[in-house]
Design a protein around this ligand. Structure first.
Ligand code: DGL
Length: 265
């Protein structure tokens, strides 16, 4: 493996672009290959086996393309099957999990709300995580099944989004939550809307920079960090509709991008 190779980053859709943005910011000299599996989103309503098949398919193609590391930029995929993926592929594989630990540390009321996909909240991996870090805090789980399709559709300004977010967040506030975990990478793109509803006394916990830092650590440990002095190149693929993907990229990728490419089905 050469340290000039790209880093592969994937998600069920565009949520992982928030993680890719953090990686781009922290590691400007790394090249990135991003895969949005939008043709198979949302993962949050699929079985663990289905999700694993998609993870395996994407990782197989990314490793064939020569990537040096993989970031599973999806809480659902990470909690469902990252252990299986790591057992199958020898390269560094970094995942993302809901930030229960930082949330419990930040909470003053001792009540923490976790917003995530239904699948994430049902996995044994999430149960273990919540048990390990909850301590004395009350951790309330809030599945948000309809949120990812709305975000994928770039439907942010309508009443639908407001009503949906209110319906997920108000019950958590009513139970005294002063800290909300964004346990799905898509939700980073509605973090401002969530913060507005929750008000200034509620902390919002995001994990994308922590994931980028963990990736940096692994690349240092494995001597795979890019030694290039030049800015890295980015490539973006989607298994979904490319016209929509290009609009999503224009909205959420900070730099000018090449047109999105079609991913292997
Ligand atoms: N972005 C994903 C996550 O972090 C999952 C979205 C989905 O349900 O497809 O959980």
């Amino acid at each position: 493996m050469v340290n000039s190779a790209a880093i592969g980053i994937f998600d069920s859709g565009i949520g992982g672009l928030s993680v890719a943005r953090a990686v781009r910011e922290l590691l400007p000299n790394e090249s990135l290959i991003y895969v949005a599996d939008s043709g198979h989103a949302p993962y949050g309503e699929k079985t663990d086996d289905y999700i694993y098949q998609r993870m395996d398919h994407i990782t197989r193609h990314l490793t064939a393309a020569g990537v040096k590391a993989i970031v599973v930029a999806c809480n659902t995929a990470t909690t469902a099957a990252i252990a299986r993926l790591r057992a199958q592929y020898p390269l560094p594989i970094i995942g993302v999990e809901p930030g229960v630990k930082p949330a419990v540390l930040a909470s003053k009321s001792g009540v923490v709300g976790v917003l995530a996909t239904p699948r994430t909240l049902l996995t044994p991996a999430f149960a273990t995580l919540a048990q390990r870090y909850a301590g004395q805090a009350k951790v309330i789980l809030q599945p948000c099944p309809q949120l990812v399709p709305l975000i994928e559709a770039l439907d942010f300004s309508g009443n639908k989004m407001q009503a949906l977010l209110q319906s997920y967040i108000q019950p958590l506030l009513a139970q005294g939550a002063d800290t909300l975990v964004l346990g799905c990478t898509h939700y980073n793109f509605v973090a401002d809307l969530i913060a507005e509803i929750a008000g200034p006394d509620v902390s919002i916990i995001r994990t994308e920079m922590a994931v980028a830092k963990q990736l940096q650590q692994r690349l240092i440990q494995t001597q795979l960090l890019s030694s290039s002095a030049q800015a890295g190149a980015d490539k973006f693929y989607s298994s979904g509709d490319l016209e929509l993907f290009n609009r999503q990229l224009q909205q959420f990728w900070p730099d000018v991008v090449m047109a999105g490419l079609k991913w292997h089905e």
